[in-house]
Design a protein around this ligand. Structure first.
Ligand SMILES: [Zn+2]
Length: 100
C-alpha cells in the first residue's frame, strides 16, 4: 500500500464522516422543529424549544435522547417519549421521589 492509497482512503472516509455528521444535524433540526410545534404535554403551554425537554412517557425507562445516534433509533426512542416543559419535568421528578 502506498501513500496515495492512504490519502485517498482518508479523503473518502472524511467525506463519509462529514456526510454522517450533516445527516445527524438534520435530525437534530427535525427534533427542534417538532419541539417548536408541540406544546408541553403536561401543562399544554407553548414554550421556546430550549424550555422543552424530551421526557420518557410514563412507565418508560430513562431515555437519553442526546446520546442516541442514528435516525432510526432516535425515532424509536421518540416514540417512547413526549415533549414536556422543564417546569413540568422537574415536578415529575418530584412526584417520582419517595416522600421522606
Ligand atoms: Zn409544562
Amino acid at each position: 500500500m502506498n501513500k496515495e492509497y492512504f490519502r485517498a482512503y482518508y479523503q473518502e472516509h472524511k467525506q463519509e464522516h462529514k456526510k454522517r455528521k450533516e445527516r445527524f444535524r438534520d435530525t437534530l433540526g427535525e427534533l427542534k422543529r417538532i419541539k417548536e410545534e408541540l406544546p408541553c404535554i403536561d401543562c399544554g403551554q407553548a414554550f421556546h424549544p430550549v424550555a422543552l425537554a424530551w421526557t420518557p412517557k410514563r412507565g418508560e425507562g430513562k431515555i437519553d435522547i442526546a446520546s442516541i445516534w442514528g435516525k432510526k433509533k432516535l425515532l424509536e426512542a421518540l416514540g417512547r417519549s413526549e415533549v414536556c416543559c422543564l417546569n413540568c419535568k422537574a415536578l415529575r421528578k418530584l412526584e417520582k421521589k419517595p416522600r421522606s
